[in-house]
Design a protein around this ligand. Sequence first.
Ligand code: SF4
Length: 239
Amino acid sequence: MNTKNELNLLRDAAINKPIHSITKFTTLDYPHHLASIFWFAKCNMTCPYCYNPQIVRDNGTISLEAALQFLQSRKGLLDSVVLSGGECTLYPHLETFCETIKALDYKIKIDTNGSNPTLLATLIEKGLVDYIALDYKAPKQKYESMTHYRHFERFEQSLKMLIQSHFPFEARTTLHSDLLTPNDINTIIEDLHVKGYQGTYYLQNYLHVEPTLGATKMQQNQFDLSQLTPLVPIELRNF
Ligand code: SF4
């Protein structure tokens, strides 16, 4: 169930046009797939380093119907769609949307901050998603200050559910070295290990692009990768 704040976000986003914009073609976001990306407007978090401030702040401009028409027109050229944002799991009609995408025979990848474990579980149970990228924003003690979102327990529930269901997913963290220390990342790695995470943990280096949501500056601190404890397989992106 959405919180009051999340419902306000949805009202502002105009539910009938929830998509901010569409990337028509990518081979990068969903490896080994020819995908399109649907960027859902609005988010229930405000991470300072967020590269998509306009997607988080602005209203959507594209209806689900128009997005489906686009997929119809790309049949045979694309094999999958990435539902990203913003936070796509805020949308109450996402399950129906995924059903319709599946009926068109596309695979679905979801990028999520993990704040809607109930919807994720439903989508998995019903076979309406093929892959999930789950952001592990920060260790519990820094989670709220990093995201301005109080419910670490919701993220944790998503993480546990994904691990226990053996669903194909990746846990990943965007690393800004002035915001997260090697100790913070080791806390995340240890938590993944303790919870039984079997996949690769992706550490994504922050690349300075303006504007960001919190006017984040370039990284000043050196991040010593040698301090990381490889309790789970770690792969670096953009280092
Ligand atoms: S980086 Fe943070 S604020 Fe930006 S879309 Fe992802 S969860 Fe939302």
